[in-house]
Ligand binder design. Structure first.
Ligand SMILES: Nc1nc2c(ncn2[C@@H]2O[C@H](COP(=O)(O)OP(=O)(O)O)[C@@H](O)[C@H]2O)c(=O)[nH]1
Ligand SMILES: [Mg+2]
Length: 438
């Protein structure tokens, strides 16, 4: 996600960490890099210059006790960038959410993602289709609802969306999420339609859905919807698919709108509560380690990663790890959160399916204790035995062993200075995952 912005910021920090003396010249050079990086990510020019001025001023203020100048500069860089990324939202437990936005912004997808999000919190959501404008809008939401096993309501015969709300029994649900029709632009027709729905629904949240690829134009769009419809927040979607995401997020913040969630992929699990601090620390490659930032000192210390990550990596670790990954998301996302997104993971390992996982579990169960802790001893005759014992084919066993070796190799290659010698054991991995569960 936002690879260019991220790699730009990371290389700034890396260069800074390599410098022995942080003087005015070094800071100026860093700021030039930051400017270039942010501007290429479609962040507003004025915002970028203001940011750099602030950093320049603060860089040579009195350094807090216990920090070096270098650590201090990294810390303010993080703080100021977090600042322009907006405020931490309040998510709460709204009872009725109305989603609005232009064509193709991702409303319908977000409706289903939100339903899944609240469902995971143990609530009973209802999805309602009030998009009477686009053909097949009804089926699209109905299918998504089915996928996540959430009740759905809609009526294809009704052409005035607010009447759908009037007809629908909203009472039996903890949270009602309403999808509405888009337009090419916010026009009077759309405003009236949304006001009518809003009067019928009386939503706690009126959320504007904005696709990240519009970049800094998000600011104008957010303002227009705020003025016309009093929206309570924004969801920025498609952050995975554009380099302009930083522009969109900073533009929303600049317009005064609060970004509540971000959409980071097409799958229904690809929705995150937007937390600017966490977001920026990920971009900057600090991983999601808040504590790490309380004392900027630790930013450049590698032992955090080592501390949270255990000692060994055998077949047991591998299986548990893949299982946990499936609960949380794909491994590239997890590595991204850890600030290790540079690591190349074999594609076939990323997409291990549940079915295969089950099979692999049987296979691992048929291994001896020694085979599990020292997978290198698994030779052809052992493969044949394991296949027989687990009721799978030799090819399956070989595939599992090969995948394990690929991941192990990847982990061993993770040694860009700060993560040297790092081995991903299950204990550390789980500790890490806990941080990311909502
Ligand atoms: N890559 C990516 N695609 C998304 C995301 N959210 C939605 N989409 C895609 O964007 C397209 C339009 O989404 P849809 O929900 O139908 O938009 P709507 O017209 O506002 O209801 C669909 O192809 C979605 O799969 C996202 O976060 N990332
Ligand atoms: Mg739609």
């Amino acid at each position: 996600m936002l690879e260019k912005l991220s790699s730009g910021l990371r290389s700034c920090i890396e260069r800074l960490t390599r410098t022995t003396l942080v003087d005015k010249e070094v800071v100026d050079e860093m700021l030039r890099d930051i400017q270039r990086t942010l501007l290429s990510g479609d962040v507003d020019v004025k915002l970028v210059f203001e940011l750099c001025e602030k950093i320049r001023k603060r860089a040579f203020e009195q350094i807090p006790k216990g920090l070096t100048r270098k650590e201090h500069v990294i810390k303010i860089l993080y703080e100021e960038i977090t600042n322009i990324m907006g405020k931490e939202p309040e998510i709460g437990m709204p009872k009725r959410i109305l989603l609005v936005g232009l064509f193709g912004s991702g409303k319908t997808t977000v409706a289903a993602k939100l339903a899944r999000f609240y469902q995971k919190k143990g609530l009973k959501p209802l999805l309602v289709c009030c998009d009477t404008f686009r053909p097949a809008a009804y089926e699209q939401l109905e299918q998504l609802a089915k996928k996540i096993n959430v009740p759905f309501y809609g009526d294809e015969k009704i052409k005035e969306p607010h009447k759908i709300i009037n007809q629908c029994n909203l009472k039996n649900y903890d949270i009602v999420i309403v999808d509405s029709s888009g337009r090419d632009a916010l026009n009077n027709d759309m405003i009236k339609e949304i006001k009518d729905i809003s009067n019928a629904l009386n939503p706690d949240e009126k959320i504007l859905v904005i696709p990240a690829d519009i970049g800094q134009a998000a600011s104008q769009q957010a303002r227009a919807f705020q003025d016309a419809l009093n929206i309570t927040g924004v969801i920025v979607t498609k952050l995975d698919a554009t380099a302009k995401g930083g522009g969109a997020l900073t533009a929303c913040a600049a317009s005064g709108a609060t970004v509540k969630f971000i959409g980071t992929g097409e799958k229904l699990g690809d929705l995150e509560v937007y937390d600017p601090k966490r977001f920026v620390s990920r971009l900057m490659g600090f991983g999601d380690l808040e504590s790490l930032l309380e004392k900027a000192k630790e930013v450049v210390k590698p032992d955090i990663a080592e501390k949270i990550i255990g000692e060994k990596f055998d077949m047991n670790d591998f299986c548990e790890q893949i299982e946990s990954m499936q609960k949380v998301g794909t491994m590239d996302k997890i590595l991204d959160m850890m600030g290790l997104s540079g690591a190349k993971i074999p594609k076939d390992v990323l997409g291990v399916q549940e079915e295969k996982m089950k099979k692999w579990k049987h296979i691992v169960n048929s291994m001896t204790k020694q085979e599990r802790s020292e997978p290198d001893i698994i030779n052809a005759s052992r493969i044949a035995r394991i296949a027989r014992g687990s009721g799978s084919s030799e090819a399956d066993v070989r595939e599992l062993v090969a995948s394990y070796k690929k991941v192990r190799k990847m982990i061993r290659m993770l040694k860009p200075g700060k993560f040297r010698g790092l081995k991903l054991g299950m204990k550390g991995f789980e500790k890490l995952l806990k941080n990311f569960r909502m």
